[in-house]
Ligand binder design. Structure first.
Ligand code: AR6
Length: 197
């Protein structure tokens, strides 16, 4: 089900590319707000109140309509629980949707942090399936302000997405992992090499 190869036809020269269950998986360095995919994932907080990091970048680049929709979601259902995902439109961004998921705050690893981080990736993929999204970009959820160890987070991200794709053949054609920091991007490449995926 899997092929490993260079990203000759990938979105960016030098990015890694594997095929998992017919879905192209790319590892890229860059700014997620510039991604031309149907859905970009926001590493948000449970109150959808905005903040720094990738959340701040998405709201800044996408404009105020994203926060207006987040406010509406907060009114209707009180925000988003850790591990869940909700969606808004993407305002001025090239994407169609922003999927807002709240990652776990790292408290040493004995408080279900790993399971909750995996849940974030699964929730976003389920949302993609429900909305018939064909392409999605993920940031490294929880690895900034929320302090989740980066290597462990990369392993969870890649393994969770791989497992989910193998179990859910559907409309999804492309998954990208977009890292702003060189260090995290390298880690993803290393983890991809070391894991049997
Ligand atoms: N594109 C891709 N990745 C980015 C970008 C970007 N434009 N900007 C930052 N990153 P963080 P968290 C990377 O802190 O740890 C916010 O205040 C960054 O280098 O954005 O889940 C929210 O409101 C890091 O590797 O998210 C929450 O309160 C990764 O994105 C809280 O932070 C995630 O870092 C969420 O914390």
């Amino acid at each position: 089900m899997m092929e490993r190869g260079k990203a000759e036809s990938g979105p960016e020269a030098g990015s890694a590319n594997i095929i998992v269950a017919g879905v192209a998986v790319y590892l890229q360095k860059g700014d997620i707000t510039r991604q031309r995919v149907e859905a970009i994932v926001n590493a948000a907080n449970t109150s959808l109140a905005g903040g720094g990091g990738v959340d701040g970048a998405i709201h800044r680049a996408g404009g105020p309509s994203i926060m207006e929709e987040c406010n509406e979601i907060r009114k209707q259902r009180g925000g988003v629980a850790t591990g869940e995902a909700v969606y808004t439109s993407a305002g001025r961004l090239p994407a169609t949707y922003v999927f807002h998921t709240a990652g776990p705050v790292w408290h040493g690893g004995k408080n279900g942090e790993g399971r909750l981080l995996a849940e974030c990736y699964r929730s976003c993929l389920q949302l993609a399936e429900r909305l018939e999204v064909t392409s999605i970009s993920f940031p490294a959820i929880s690895t900034g302000v929320y302090d989740f160890p980066k290597q462990k987070a990369a392993e969870i991200a890649l393994q969770t997405v791989q497992k989910w794709l193998n179990k859910h053949p559907g409309k999804l054609k492309e998954v990208r992992f977009v890292n702003f920091e060189e260090e995290n991007h390298r880690l993803y490449l290393e983890v991809l090499q070391s894991l049997d995926i």
